[in-house]
Design a protein around this ligand. Structure first.
Ligand code: C5J
Length: 228
């Protein structure tokens, strides 16, 4: 059985056809100056650092013809899907829905809401707009995963302790076997990222597995496209 060397123990894959890459919220709002992350006073360079790693994983999944799902966090232009409990957070000058240098912050279709050009999806690859932190909340992600017979998710993206962790917990509750790529995820707070990795793998992998991109890529090499 193919396996990826990981923490707390090897991550087994039944067949490559059952595994998908999930890239969370690699959008301009979080990674570029002038976006939401920047407006909240964060150093966006920490997030930019993982782009080459996520690109490598994206290329490997494409080469094996394995599904890739990307998400973007965004709201309808009337903010009807953004409750005050979300909009009223933060002490920055700009809130969700306000106009910033890249258009309205975290609003679907605005320039800042787009996926960064380095990770732009190819035509036919799925991008899911999500109004919450978790990618399963108010989206059709679960339906799409079921349609593709996916049982295993390799997670990447930002931010580790907010949207990535929430999504991984939601996925685990729904029966998906999840591995978080340690160098394919980032936080504005390195200590929060490290704590999240530890929480996920603790207690025998209470939420799932953690592994490096090198380990994931080595594991994926055990498969031949012909076996799909
Ligand atoms: C945040 C996210 N941090 N994608 N979103 O608001 O983690």
């Amino acid at each position: 059985m193919p396996a990826i060397t990981a923490r707390p123990y090897d991550y087994h894959l039944p067949t490559t056809a059952s595994v998908a890459l999930l890239i969370i919220d690699m959008q301009r709002d979080f990674l570029e100056p002038g976006g939401f992350g920047d407006a909240l006073g964060n150093d966006v360079q920490r997030l930019q650092a993982i782009v080459p790693t996520v690109q490598k994983l994206q290329a490997a999944f494409r080469a094996l013809h394995l599904p890739i799902f990307q998400t973007v966090e965004g709201h309808q232009s009337d903010l009807s899907d953004c409750p005050p409990s979300k909009r009223d957070r933060g002490k920055g000058a700009l809130k969700i829905g306000d106009r910033g240098p890249m258009g309205r912050i975290l609003v679907l279709g605005e320039p800042g809401n787009g996926i960064i050009s380095d990770l732009a999806p190819l035509s036919g690859e799925t991008v899911i707009a999500k109004p919450g932190k978790g990618a399963f909340y108010n989206t059709n992600l679960e339906f799409l995963l079921k349609t593709h017979n996916i049982s295993h998710l390799i997670l990447t993206g930002v931010t580790t302790e907010v949207c990535v962790q929430t999504t991984m917990r939601e996925a685990n509750d729904r029966g998906y076997e999840c591995l978080l790529v340690e160098d394919g995820t980032a936080s504005y707070f390195p200590e929060f990222k490290q704590a999240t990795l530890e929480m996920i793998c603790a207690q025998g992998g209470i939420v799932g597995w953690c592994g490096s991109s090198e380990q994931v890529l080595a594991g994926l090499k055990q498969f031949q496209p012909a076996s799909l």
